[in-house]
Design a binder for this molecule. Structure first.
Ligand SMILES: [Zn+2]
Ligand SMILES: [Zn+2]
Length: 563
């Protein structure tokens, strides 16, 4: 097994980022599925493969949604961010995200870094100044950037489009694109005024972005297709300043009262979050190891963030010239609820906490990872419960528990030394398939492949019936079957760790192996149990979800179903 487990000359350092959640609300299962759980599974996978890897995240605290909400509530934008930052952090910890830091874009060093990047791009000629039309509300006496204005989408006619984007067709807009624009605060019709703004020369980097997409063999198809679609019409230069108070101030004379657009500062937040981490380690320069030189950078985002990452962020990194280009950008699609789009405003949504009241964390992680990331996942309590009951209880849990009980009952808790050579062949083959799937961010395929090992183990037990062999006096043959199953259980713990970390740790502990060593865990695939090894106490891994609970959950949800 050694040959394929060895690093293939790749750098062994990586950073995994997850899109910074916007600090104006709680996360729901849709966010977990598109971004945070896949990023966590990938981080843990790289860790298990021996990488020196960080998982970086934090809250995005600027931009007009927070500012508008603050204006409406009569509080400061910082108050809103202060409210949601700890809530979101706790939610991510609860679902097992192995974050190395959870930072904030309102920290002073983030302002400093963002302004440094701006000044360097200005100096290199990537930023220029231009007169620009914007909307102004005479009643509120203020400019109306982005979400300060609502109106009809010029592309699809959706009447609830906002100044920065249309949620219906996914177009990125500027406020003056809207048909029949209205001030989001007072509802009046704004007037058009000319004002000075700063633009990022995205058009001049278009060829470099094209080349990055064309030669990137790790870019998932949904991201590639989306990006190539936009590139057909060419990239427009990008207005990166806004007339408002809340944000990172534009650090030059003549730009008083203007801040940088949130999509300029938010992705720089990945780097400043890493600086935050380095400072917490009392090694302030350590962040450079993860952003410069030989490092693999992976960005996990929701599909609605493809445009700003592939064009804005990549453009900034290319123009800035000091940071390593991303190895990949992975975009998860959304979760629908009984086939319909989730709608937070009417409660047509699944709260993370409601799932965890009734299901183990790993069941939620399993369900969210079990469908290809580039496809929408349809959430129903029935399907979640079926996956739990069939895949985790009947298949995995049943196999692990039966094996451990047999070891206890017939071998006094000691792992039989003998096993069938085919078992190791299968484990080796599955590990290889998992590696291939993970290289393509096909978490669902990796999981299904791994669970095939426990399907195989269950078949081995029911076909060979070691309890019968023992009755017939064929104890050596029974030992060989159970010894094989014990190796499968051990391999399952190692391979499942990125996806179902709690389950992996439980299996490891029940095997009597103590704490699961997460760093470089895969190296243990080449090893066996210590000689004469004794297992711990077998405990069922998952409770079965009863039918009446599933029906109750569905009935409660049905009351909220939109017309
Ligand atoms: Zn539209
Ligand atoms: Zn107004």
């Amino acid at each position: 097994m050694r040959e394929f487990l060895r690093a293939k000359g790749l750098p062994r350092r990586a950073i995994v980022t997850a899109a910074l959640p916007y600090a104006n609300g709680r996360l729901h299962v849709g966010h977990l599925r598109s971004t945070y759980i896949p990023a966590d599974a990938f981080k843990r996978y790289l860790k298990a493969r021996g990488y020196d890897v960080l998982y970086i995240c934090g809250t995005d605290e600027h931009g007009t949604p927070i500012a508008v909400q603050a204006d409406k509530e009569g509080v400061s934008p910082k108050d809103i961010a202060d409210r949601y930052h700890p809530i979101i952090h706790q939610q991510l910890k609860t679902v097992g995200c192995d974050l190395d830091v959870f930072s904030r874009t309102t920290l002073p060093h983030h302002y400093t870094l963002t302004q440094q990047v701006f000044l360097k791009l200005l100096e290199k000629g990537f930023i220029y100044e231009k007169e620009y039309e914007e909307l102004f509300c005479t009643k509120c006496q203020r400019a109306l950037p982005d979400r300060y204005v609502n109106g009809t989408c010029p592309h699809c006619g959706y009447p609830y489009a906002r100044g920065d984007a249309c949620d219906n067709c996914g177009s990125f807009l500027k406020p003056t694109d809207l048909i029949d624009p209205r001030c989001a605060l007072c509802g009046s019709t704004p007037e058009v005024r000319r004002t000075k703004h700063w633009f990022f020369r995205l058009s001049s980097i278009e060829n470099e972005i094209r080349a990055w997409i064309a030669k990137n063999d790790r870019l998932p198809e949904n991201v590639r297709n989306f990006a190539e679609g936009w590139l057909k019409s060419g990239l427009r230069d990008w207005c990166i300043t806004r007339n408002m108070q809340w944000g990172v101030p534009v650090p030059i004379r003549g730009a008083e009262g203007k801040v940088l657009y949130v999509w300029f500062d938010a992705p720089i937040g990945y780097v400043s979050a890493t600086i935050d981490w380095a400072q917490q380690q009392s090694d302030p320069d350590a962040w450079r190891n993860y952003w410069t030189g030989d490092v693999e950078i992976y960005h996990f985002i929701g599909k609605d963030n493809i445009y700003p990452h592939v064009f804005f962020w990549l453009g900034i990194v290319i123009a800035y010239g000091e940071w390593t280009l991303p190895r990949s950008i992975v975009a998860g699609e959304f979760v629908t609820l009984h086939g319909r789009r989730m709608q937070k405003s009417i409660g047509w949504i699944i709260e993370i906490e409601d799932v965890l009241k009734n299901f183990p964390v790993d069941s939620l992680r399993y369900f969210l990872l079990s469908i290809a990331l580039h496809r929408d996942l349809d959430f129903t309590w029935t399907e979640l419960a079926h996956r739990h009951n069939e895949d985790l209880v009947s298949n995995l849990g049943n196999f692990v528990h039966r094996t451990l009980v047999l070891i206890k009952r017939y071998f006094n808790g000691t792992i039989p030394e003998d096993y069938e050579p085919e078992t190791l062949e299968r484990i080796k083959q599955v590990a290889k398939e998992v590696e291939e799937a993970m290289n393509r961010f096909e978490f669902h395929r990796a999981l299904h492949t791994i669970l095939n090992l426990s399907t195989y183990g269950n078949q081995l037990l029911s076909q060979r019936e070691p309890w019968r062999l023992i009755k017939e006096g064929l104890k050596e043959e029974a030992a060989c079957v159970i010894g094989s199953c014990a190796r499968l259980v051990r391999a399952l713990a190692i391979l499942l760790y990125p996806f179902l970390p709690n389950t992996a740790k439980q299996i490891w502990s029940q095997l009597g192996l103590g704490n699961l060593p997460e760093q470089n865990l895969w190296a243990l695939l080449e090893e066996d149990f210590p000689p004469q090894h004794t297992i711990g106490k077998p405990i069922p891994l998952f409770p079965k979800i009863p039918e009446d609970l599933i029906q109750r959950l569905e009935a409660e949800l049905a009351k909220k179903r939109p017309e």
